[in-house]
Design a binder for this molecule. Structure first.
Ligand code: PEP
Ligand code: MN
Length: 338
């Protein structure tokens, strides 16, 4: 349930509505991003009467959100959410937010070299996994804390916010210690509800990838887990769904999910063409499609020496190709503004 206050509602009137919500044993949630005060009522409100609130002074409207996801929905917030990541904006009408870097943090030199390259080409944020969810237990699992340390050093050196995957609750303290800028939830963890709930309590943006076998509704409900637990900073990321037999790509990039997610939700929606493609030469065409479909940004894998990469080498762009990629991104954005 969403209670919208009148434009001239006083602080006392807003406080009275909040008190009333609490008295009825629900949890109020105030949306500070809107011009009007909008108060969400968290919990199972199916038996709650709108009349309880209509009567109160200062209340303009009381609406039920018809979707299962509430705070994620456009009904809760009609305007696009814009997030600030290390001084850069993602969402709304802002230029594409580009996150680039290796799949996996391998060595300090590899990260520093890649960061220098992607920064000079125009990327805003640096990616790299320190905790890798690998299909095989024999594959490289990531450097762990050492990887976070290397990323933090790259952030200091190049002034780029860092995006890295959180695999499990046990590493939350380490993520806080290195002040990770964006917590990535990988496709495999999209429905790890314990983790999502905990991420509701971190004061950092969460980049939530869509699971390859998950519907758009399930994806948005996972975002709701984070928001309903107190963290409004969620970025949705489409990274490809299960491909049909015989597909030549690693996954099938669900480009249509981008306008759908943008219609259903106010959250920023970005795309990961690297994992969808699985091969470096398909990454740019998929990124073009994503931006044309309304993506607010791209996360893309770049490696200085893809043939030596410990993970996802075949889909990594070399730095020189990433330069060309950024030129295309800029040109696409410029033509969309013309
Ligand atoms: C990654 O970003 O390297 C990754 C593991 O992605 P996904 O969760 O989409 O497979
Ligand atoms: Mn990867």
């Amino acid at each position: 349930m969403i209670i919208t206050m009148k434009e001239d509602a006083t602080r006392e009137e807003i406080a009275r509505v909040i008190e009333k919500i609490k008295a009825l044993r629900f949890e109020p949630h105030i949306d500070t991003g809107s011009k009007l005060a909008v108060i969400g009522v968290r919990g199972d409100t199916s038996k709650l009467e709108a009349d309880e609130f209509y009567q109160l002074p200062g209340v303009a409207s009381v609406a039920r959100v018809s979707k299962q996801y509430k705070e994620v929905s456009r009904e809760f917030r009609s305007r696009d959410t814009v997030l600030n990541i290390g001084g850069h904006k993602v969402g709304g009408e802002h230029p594409p937010f580009i996150i680039a870097g290796p799949c996996t943090v391998e060595t300090r030199e590899q990260v520093m070299l890649t960061a220098a390259e992607v920064k000079s080409a125009g990327a805003v944020a640096l990616r790299g996994g320190a905790y890798k969810p690998r299909s095989s237990p024999y594959s490289f699992q990531g450097l762990g804390e050492e990887g976070l340390k290397i990323l933090a050093e790259a952030r200091e050196t190049f002034g780029m916010p860092i995006v890295t995957e959180i695999k499990e609750i046990g590493t939350l303290d380490l993520f806080a210690k290195y002040d990770i800028d964006v917590y990535q939830v990988g496709a495999r963890n999209m429905q790890n509800y314990d983790l999502l709930q905990k991420l509701g309590q971190v004061g950092k943006p969460v980049l939530l990838k869509r699971g390859p076998a998950n519907s758009i509704d399930e994806w948005l409900l996972s975002a709701e887990y984070i928001m309903a637990n107190g963290n409004p900073q969620v970025i949705l990321c489409e990274r490809g769904i299960l491909p049909p037999i015989g597909s030549k790509l690693r996954y099938t990039f669900d480009v249509g999910a981008i306008p759908v997610a943008r219609e259903l939700s106010h959250l920023p929606v970005i795309a990961d063409p690297s994992h969808a493609a699985g091969r470096w030469n398909y990454v740019l065409p998929l990124a073009r499609a994503a931006l044309a479909a309304g993506a607010h940004g791209i996360i893309v894998e770049v490696h200085p020496n893809p043939t030596e990469a410990l993970c996802d080498g075949p889909q990594a762009l070399k730095p020189a190709r990433f330069r060309g990629f950024m030129e295309e991104v800029r040109a696409l954005y410029a033509s969309s503004q013309a």
